[in-house]
Each structure stands twice: as structure tokens, then as C-alpha cells.
Write a protein that binds this ligand. Structure first.
Ligand code: MN3
Length: 200
């Protein structure tokens, strides 16, 4: 079965003014869709026709002869995950056990936010910043291009897309402003807490 472009988990206007419908029309409607379409073209007649997205990602990671499969499959996964990392009325501090885990790992929410922002802003070129579970430890990492934490055996809890296409229409060259707004107004902490609970 070919993969399909998943629908957004909210209306394309739901995150305005922080993330616009115009950005979604390109980022979801064109970029994410292109990764799905490209992957489906590659899959047709390939050994991965019946594989899940995760199986394709793990089977092709680091294989120089399967870069197209990896890049498109990982970008389909990363974008689907990223949409769920945002929610209307989101952002600010997490609560409950997640807040305690973040305090324990980073010292405070402020220190977490500082490190997450540094990872996102400091990623040269295109990529992603992540909060991950690595063994038993919460860590902040960034990955280039389509790279995704599962290939390093880490569980993704939260991500922000820092490819220019993710923010240029709303924030132009101001990546730090986008990342700060993501933290203050958009993060779906309920989704992050679910990811942590399921990883246990
Ligand atoms: Mn993107």
C-alpha cells in the first residue's frame, strides 16, 4: 500500500498567528507531500513495498546506495511527528511527571529551554532539534537534514523543524524568534508526555 499524506491534527489556521495557514500550505501541502510522493515512487517494485515507514528508515540508514529511500522515508516520519509536537494554546511549561523529569535532567525548565534553543539555532543548514529519551536519560540533540533519532536507538519525544521552509514565510531569517515562539506558544506537552509514557 502506498503511503498517504496524513492530515494535520488541527485546522491549518489553528496555530495562527504563530504558524500560519500559508506556511502549512507549503510545508504540509507541498514539502511533506513531496516526501510522500517521492517515497511511493521509489517503493514501487522495490524490496520495501510491504515495509512500514520505521522498517524502511532503519533498513536504509547509513546505506549510501539507498539515500533516496532514507531521506524521503525519514522526512515523512519527521514531519508527521512534528505536526503533533504543536497544538493551539500550547507552549510554556510542562506539568506533572514530565516537568519533574525535565528539571532532573536539565536543572530547570529555563535551562532545558536554553539548551533546546541552542541546539535548534546552532544546527548549521537544515535539520531538526530534538528532546529524546536515550536509555533512561532525557537529552537534547540536533540532527542534520533528514536524520532522525531512531537510527541512533533514541526515542523522539519532541522536535522542531529548523529547515528554512519550516519558518521562512512567517519569520524570514529569524530562526531564533521561530524557536522561541515554538517553545512559548506551540509545544504540545501532552504529546511529549505520551511519548515518554509509551517509551517506558
Ligand atoms: Mn520541514
Amino acid at each position: 500500500m502506498p503511503f498517504e499524506l496524513p492530515t494535520l491534527p488541527y485546522a491549518d489556521t489553528a496555530l495562527e498567528p504563530y504558524y500560519s495557514a500559508k506556511t502549512f500550505s507549503f510545508h504540509h501541502g507541498k514539502h511533506h507531500k513531496a516526501y510522500v510522493d517521492n517515497l511511493n515512487k521509489l517503493l514501487s517494485g522495490s524490496p520495501f513495498e510491504a515495509a512500514s515507514l520505521e522498517e524502511i528508515i532503519l533498513a536504509t540508514a547509513g546505506d549510501g546506495t539507498k539515500v533516496g529511500f532514507f531521506n524521503n522515508a525519514a522526512q515523512v516520519w519527521n514531519h508527521t511527528f512534528f505536526w503533533h509536537c504543536m497544538t493551539p494554546g500550547g507552549g510554556g511549561r510542562p506539568t506533572g511527571e514530565l516537568a519533574e523529569r525535565i528539571d532532573a535532567a536539565f536543572g530547570s525548565y529555563e535551562k532545558f529551554a536554553e539548551q533546546f534553543k541552542a541546539a535548534a539555532v546552532g544546527r548549521f543548514g537544515s535539520g531538526w532539534a530534538w528532546l529524546v529519551l536515550d536509555g533512561d536519560a532525557l537529552k537534547i540533540i540536533s540532527t542534520p537534514n533528514a536524520e532522525t533519532p531512531m537510527t541512533q536507538g533514541k526515542t523522539a519525544l519532541l522536535t522542531v523543524d529548523v529547515w528554512e521552509h519550516a519558518y521562512y514565510l512567517d519569520y524570514q531569517n529569524r530562526r531564533p524568534d521561530f524557536v522561541q515562539t515554538f517553545l512559548d506558544q506551540l509545544v504540545n506537552w501532552e504529546f511529549v508526555a505520551q511519548n515518554l509514557a509509551q517509551a517506558k
